[in-house]
Design a protein around this ligand. Structure first.
Ligand code: FAD
Length: 324
């Protein structure tokens, strides 16, 4: 049996958890979703639709992220149900929880997995980028169970609607250790942004130093707006103070896997590429035909970003108007 961990926050489940649940289903059943956070039994419908045979709804509710409380809860359920594997997304929380559980249960963790397969005995082999994406390693687990797999968001497709099943739902009460109270969440500050969050965006428009100044970053924002996309940036323009660090894509920024990544005036340094090279389609605009970004781009436009970006924005705006 595979455990798919699903964090429910304010009654909602973000897509990466549904992707890892869907992938658990594709690896063969049975699949038990562990719904932890503040969700009630009503989440079972959604989780059944994405592949769960059974949903364990964790009590007490844990509305705020607390690693020790979440980790102890999952560890307790692992002891009881003995899953062969635990799937969750390689998001900030997934990475935290996966590492904690690996140490607590003394088992291996395959982080940032981009593809995987399971043999007849339930042993998993997983592929994951290593050394800043320079190589793809294939990892296997020792005989210890469970095998903890953290799946890179936006790589694994959601289950088709036709796979829908009715999940059995069970409330399970776990013990929250008193020591979890050592960490208190005082407040959450959500960045004020008009666009979609980077790591969950299906389309991203990013800008680099080719924009020549912060006053021109609106070229990125204008195009993003018509595409309903998130905006991103290179570290160079973050360090120059043009945009906030929360927009940085790359080795020391965010790793993203959108369907479409449009790079405007970005050279394509390796530290940037590791953050976006698994995008399904990459479009680059750069005036230098030898810019490294063109080596990984699906579509390359050699030209001046000040001409090309407004043309793209206008073309997509017209298209959007026609299709409405
Ligand atoms: P540049 O490399 O200066 O490229 C600008 C590009 O714009 C050029 O290719 C140029 O031809 C083009 N251009 C100029 N004018 C125009 C125009 N008018 N029209 C069209 N194109 C034009 N970088 C990241 O992005 N993310 C990271 O997480 C990251 N982490 C790092 C970690 C470490 C340890 C180190 C050492 C570096 C890291 N970097 C990171 C920095 C990285 O090495 C590059 O310096 C950076 O990505 C370059 O940003 P850029 O493409 O905006 O600038």
């Amino acid at each position: 049996m595979i455990f798919a961990i699903v964090i429910v926050h304010k009654g909602e489940i973000v897509r990466p958890f549904l992707e890892s649940l869907s992938e658990a289903r594709r690896q063969g059943g049975p699949v038990t979703a562990v719904a932890i956070g503040d969700g009630d039994n009503s989440v079972a419908g959604t989780l059944g639709r994405y592949g769960a045979d059974e949903v364990l709804v964790v009590e007490p509710k844990l509305p705020d992220w607390n690693l020790e409380a979440y980790g102890s809860a999952v560890a307790e359920l692992v002891e009881k149900h003995k899953p062969s594997a635990i799937f969750m997304p390689a998001t900030v929380h997934g990475r935290d929880l996966g590492g904690w559980l690996g140490a607590r249960l003394k088992v291996g963790v395959a982080a940032d997995v981009t593809s995987l397969s399971t043999d007849g005995s339930g042993s998993i082999k997983a592929k994951r980028p290593m050394y800043s994406g320079k190589v793809v390693g294939e990892v296997a687990f020792s005989a210890d169970r469970p095998q903890i797999v953290l799946l890179r968001p936006n790589i694994f497709p959601l289950l088709a609607e036709s796979e829908k099943r009715d999940a059995k739902v069970t409330s399970v009460t776990v013990t929250v250790p008193a020591t979890a109270g050592r960490v208190k969440l005082l407040r959450t500050e959500v960045p004020q942004t008009e666009t979609v969050e980077l790591t969950q965006a299906r389309v991203i428009v990013s800008g680099g130093r080719g924009l020549q100044g912060p006053e021109n970053y609106h070229l990125v924002q204008d195009l993003a707006k018509v595409l309903n996309a998130a905006t991103g940036a290179t570290r160079m323009i973050v360090d120059l103070g043009w945009v906030d660090h929360s927009l940085q894509v790359g080795q020391t920024g965010k790793v993203v896997t959108p369907d479409l990544y449009i790079a405007l005036g970005i050279s394509g340094a390796i530290q940037h590429l590791v953050g976006m090279q698994t995008a399904k389609c990459i479009v680059a605009v750069n005036k230098d035909p030898d810019a490294p970004i063109f080596k990984i781009a699906d579509y390359g436009i050699v030209g001046d970003v000040f001409q090309i970006a407004p043309m793209l924005t206008e073309a997509f705006r017209k298209r959007a108007t026609v299709s409405v």
